[in-house]
Design a protein around this ligand. Structure first.
Ligand code: PLP
Length: 359
């Protein structure tokens, strides 16, 4: 252990993102579609013409992009803050609001970066277990609020990696019961299509987080955003790095919003594929597949390590949760394109069958 590391990181293990080089990458909930051709062309033209200049710093306020996002969300520009991926939005929230040893409630199992940033920021991460069906249970939350008096509560809907959504009643109940900050991560909003954002965005303690990494397919360009009331946004701006979104990414995201019809087609394609994949998986014996409002499916089955290995042998990467004992028997598979999904299904069903033959 290093003597120089700060106390809150002495026992901390960093999040290790896999840099998987598989032919078929179904492990990170990425979009199977690259940027639409028209968008690539427009961006290339801006680079060629010198309209997009790399010798100048990017717009620190990302004004054009924030205006477009505000339109998309039906809020005002002042309510939108853009981050270098929504990961950075989570980090900014912690930096702005979590004091040393403040308690931060994080759902479990869910997206692990809430706890990662809360811990790095000196807060105390408290995992709140979802119930046996992976639902958010209001009584568990009320008890945790009474017991820990948390500064911040993170909620994720639809939830990663379980794919289910939080009920409106749950959110309303939490907001009635609790005056601390409620962060609602809607990274998969576009695949679900419903949100309470416009009903509760003026609350003094509510922040929504979204991303361009999933439905918009810009994971490689790192753009996320948060929406909240103007007051909260002003506080968060105190910790925002001035040039956090590079010029190219700002333009790319703007073009994507300008081409929303293409994106909507992609989203529909992915939802159709998800449905197909779900039904096929449902027919395979010895597998439990969870209904999903996202671009991924959570699967439970027995010989998970063997399956994962067989998939890898075929060049298919899926997500296994090694550091999470609760998810030992689970894999999460991202919905890819039709061909990728078919290959995945083939390998999976072969392995399950083979297992049965040897019984
Ligand atoms: C993918 C994901 C994010 C992170 O997205 P980036 O914008 O790429 O940082 C945030 N929250 C959840 C729940 C996710 O699944």
């Amino acid at each position: 252990m290093n003597e120089y590391i700060k106390n809150c990181l002495k026992l901390f293990k960093n999040y290790k993102a896999e840099n998987s080089r598989y032919k078929i990458k179904l492990d990170a909930n990425e979009n199977p579609f690259n940027m639409p051709y028209e968008v690539r062309k427009a961006l290339a033209n801006e680079l060629l013409s010198g309209e997009c200049k790399t010798n100048r710093y990017p717009d620190p306020n990302a004004d054009k992009l924030r205006t477009a996002i505000a339109n998309y969300c039906n809020v005002s520009k002042e309510q939108v803050i853009v981050g270098n991926g929504s990961d950075e939005n989570i980090q900014m929230i912690v930096n702005a609001f979590v004091d040393r040893e403040d308690k931060v409630l994080c759902p479990y199992p869910s997206f692990s970066m809430y706890g990662v940033y809360a811990t790095i920021g000196g807060g105390i991460t408290i995992n709140i277990p979802l119930d046996e069906n992976f639902e958010y249970d209001i009584n568990t939350y009320k008890e945790a609020i009474d017991r820990y008096n948390p500064k911040v509560i993170f909620l994720c809907t639809p939830n990663n990696p379980t794919g289910n959504v939080i009920s409106q009643d749950f959110i309303t109940d939490i907001l009635d019961y609790y005056q601390g900050l409620v962060i609602i991560d809607e990274a998969y909003y576009e695949f679900y299509g419903h949100t309470m954002l416009n009903d509760i965005i003026e609350y003094p303690n509510v922040i929504f987080i979204r991303t361009f990494s999933k439905a918009f397919g810009l994971a490689g360009l790192r753009i996320g955003y948060m929406v909240c009331n103007k007051n909260l946004a002003e506080q968060v701006l105190k910790v925002k790095p001035p040039y956090n979104i590079n010029s190219f990414s700002q333009k790319a995201a703007l073009y994507m919003l300008d081409n929303i019809e293409v994106i909507n087609k992609h989203i529909q394609y992915i939802k159709d594929e998800r449905q197909r994949l779900f039904e096929k998986l449902n027919q395979i014996e010895n597998i439990k597949v969870f209904p999903s409002h996202t671009n991924f499916l959570l699967i439970k089955t027995e010989n998970i390590e063997q399956i994962r290995q067989s998939l890898k042998n075929e060049g298919i990467s899926v997500r296994k949760f090694y550091s999470e004992p609760l998810l030992d028997d689970y894999i999460r598979v991202t919905v890819g394109n039709a061909e990728e999904n078919k290959l995945f299904l083939d390998v999976l069903s072969n392995n399950i069958e083979r297992k049965d033959e040897t019984l």
